[in-house]
Write a protein that binds this ligand. Structure first.
Ligand SMILES: [Cu+2]
Length: 233
């Protein structure tokens, strides 16, 4: 678990042991290991790991939302995926995915992350597909688990119209790993037992589920998210 392992971080010598807690960003490749001695996932905004300085080391990522694959070490974690545009990002002000509870430890993958939110964020920044091409940006992934401490990891990307999404066999959740959209208590109450959501709350519910489901279409995540959504409804 988080605290027992993380507290004794210095006592462990192998990455494998360290990676069993916290989380790893496997794709796009993280900017550097946040398990390194000088790093700590508890440090905002990017675990004290410096931004990639060589653009050739940045992962090409679609401006329509690329794939994101995590290796999660906690049984559950409230999870956020943010993006900041620029070479030396200080504000991760585009929230790509509605916050959700990432459940289960193992591989968690979103095939196409936050397409609509990224389009809106680029537009707000005065960018479109052509002007975003080649621009550098960074992803910030935040997980908040049982102890309440926020864990941070970042990955540096460059937008590329030709960037491919991960293939299905590269973007499959581990067994019992998924994500659950977060609802307001009154939103749940406002929904009928039949599963027909009503009112403003429905948009929140549908939005979260749709976002995750969209991002993971074709993968195991979709089934997990949709299944959880049905249970909530
Ligand atoms: Cu941990």
């Amino acid at each position: 678990m988080h605290f027992s392992t993380c507290t004794f971080l210095p006592l462990f010598s192998t990455v494998i042991q360290l990676a069993s807690a916290h989380f790893t960003v496997e794709y796009p490749y993280w900017r550097g290991s946040s398990f390194a001695p000088t790093a700590s996932q508890w440090i905002f905004p990017c675990a004290n790991v410096s931004e990639t300085t060589d653009i050739n080391n940045r992962t090409a990522w679609s401006h329509e939302g690329g794939s994101l694959r995590l290796h999660a070490g906690h049984h559950w974690a409230l999870t956020y995926v943010n993006l900041g545009i620029g070479t030396n990002v200080s504000a991760f002000n585009i929230s790509l995915v509605d916050h959700f509870n990432q459940t289960g430890n193992g591989t968690f993958c979103l095939k196409e992350t936050g397409k609509a939110n990224l389009a809106a964020g680029l537009a707000a920044a005065g960018l479109d597909a052509s002007s975003a091409e080649g621009l550098e940006a960074s992803l910030q992934i935040i997980q908040i688990s049982t102890t309440g401490a926020a864990l941070y990891n970042c990955a540096d990307i460059k937008f590329s119209a030709t960037a491919a999404l991960l293939a299905d066999d590269q973007c499959t959740n581990s067994t019992a790993v998924g994500g659950v959209g977060i609802l307001n208590a009154d939103a749940t109450a406002a929904q009928s037992p039949s599963g027909t959501a009503t009112g403003g709350a429905a948009a929140t519910s549908t939005g979260a589920a749709a976002n995750l489901a969209y991002s993971s279409a074709g993968g195991v995540v979709a089934a997990a998210v949709l299944g959880a959504g049905m249970m909530i409804l």
